[in-house]
Design a protein around this ligand. Structure first.
Ligand SMILES: [Zn+2]
Length: 150
């Protein structure tokens, strides 16, 4: 199960990947764009599970580069919370589990942002534009959307 913290720190949705099930908060039904953002995030947990190591490692390299360049923020609170939990040099060597959780959540948040057009603003989209451009290019090149077929 993967729980998500939303802008009000409430749990909005959860994915149960092995059972192929997503549960969402009914209050989201009246907020279609936010519902889409959160559902995309949840659906991409299933994509991440099937992505394969080459693409996962390729995405992780983007995040390592960002980390080395001092990028702050992310493209969703779920990723940013985990990012804030990391510190120092090369957390991928010292805090493997937490780093892996961050990479996964960042992938799902970034995929949701990408699916919403990778433009506009949202209080949870705090990553600087130059890093957003790199992520957008990655999603364009990786062509992960066909993997949405479960
Ligand atoms: Zn998640």
């Amino acid at each position: 199960m993967v729980g998500e913290a939303g802008d009000d720190s409430m749990m909005h949705a959860a994915s149960f990947v092995p059972r192929r099930r997503i549960v969402i908060d009914r209050a989201l039904l009246g907020r279609p764009r936010e519902l889409a953002r959160i559902l995309y995030h949840e659906v991409f947990h299933f994509v991440w599970a099937r992505l394969g190591n080459p693409l996962r490692q390729s995405y992780e390299r983007i995040l390592r580069r960002e980390w080395i360049q001092g990028a702050r923020g992310d493209l969703g609170w779920s990723a940013e919370l985990r990012k804030l939990d990391l510190d120092g040099r090369s957390p991928w060597n010292r805090e493997r589990r937490r780093w892996a959780d961050y990479v996964c959540e960042s992938f799902c948040d970034s995929a949701a942002w990408f699916c919403l057009g990778a433009r506009g603003s949202h209080p949870e989209w705090t990553l600087k534009p130059r890093f957003r451009r790199q992520r957008r290019r990655w999603f364009q090149a990786a062509d992960v959307l066909p993997r949405l077929q479960l």
